[in-house]
Design a protein around this ligand. Sequence first.
Ligand code: GDP
Length: 369
Amino acid sequence: NLRGGIVGLPNVGKSTLFNALVENGKAQAANFPFCTIEPNVGIVAVPDPRLEVLAGLGKSQKITPASVEFVDIAGLVKGASQGEGLGNKFLSHIREVDSIVQVVRCFEDDDIVHVSGKVDPASDIEVINLELAFADMAQIEKRLERLKKGRVKDPQVKALEELEAAALQRINEALLSGQPARSVSLTEEEKKLVDQLCLLTMKPVIFAANVAESDLADHSGNSHVQQVKEVASSLKANVVVVSAQVEAELTELDPAERQDYLQSLGVEEGGLASLVKSTYDLLGLRTYFTCGEKETRAWTILAGMTAPQAAGVIHSDFERGFIRAETVAYDDFVAAGSLAGAREKGLLRQEGKDYVVQEGDVLLFRFNV
Ligand code: GDP
């Protein structure tokens, strides 16, 4: 399963946001086995309005959305890379996630202590990024030392090691100049070699700017948010504005009350849905659907996957026994009103094993068992 790690300095609202994500996920799809796997890991539904539409047309009894796992990774403080706080334990948790959601405090509240004394997003982001960069540099140094020993005789392996060492040098230079590893352009081959190190700053990042409820509708007056946006753009990262507090309160309300509360704040939704969606999009993921009377379901694939590979996401037997896929684009399906309608209009296509599945395809697999 796909994992997003929630990081940030203490008291910025990570746990509040994490709990809201998990509670909200539960509420969104009662049929889905959402759970908190460990105290700090939760499975969250990826909101997708197309599911309701398809389920309506397909008269499905059940909707199963795509999901993302969120991990609440507490314990990052200044000096973590040197073993302060939870230190290395914290860093090893980050190594296991696919993307990082960095929560940044953009709300003022004198009752809630800020670890460095005042709300200062640019400095907070820098503290965290420095720790991640230090950890990466230590990792790279260790690896370079091993590569330098040059014990390998096989010329082919040796060439690969040289390629890797050169790429790591370039990444190290970027880190020294304050840029993350992901900013360094690498060839596919170099990327494969470097990926073995699971560098922290290679992972895509979303900044979640956590604002007070009064700033959710209009945050143009919140200079903290502007600061986060500036830093994010220099690091080629995305920003989502959320209010952890509002999200936490929303989970306590029934749907009608939620609507009233959101309206009173002047927004249509809290930032949570867009945070989950951004995490999903950031990873270059695509969604295809299966739609039948039993269930309408969203399946997650990587961009570029072929029809048999996409079938394999459902079950490996589907991939092995793949014959062909009947497919219709989401918009065509909706326009035709049903699968039968799409077939009549010639919108339902027969695709073979080389077909690259497109975002929003509704698929029906034919396979041998
Ligand atoms: P963590 O240490 O980053 O996990 O932070 P928590 O989620 O535990 O939040 C720390 C404190 O800040 C708690 O008392 C929260 O209620 C409070 N808090 C979190 N988000 C907000 C917010 O958006 N506005 C305000 N005023 N307080 C918040």
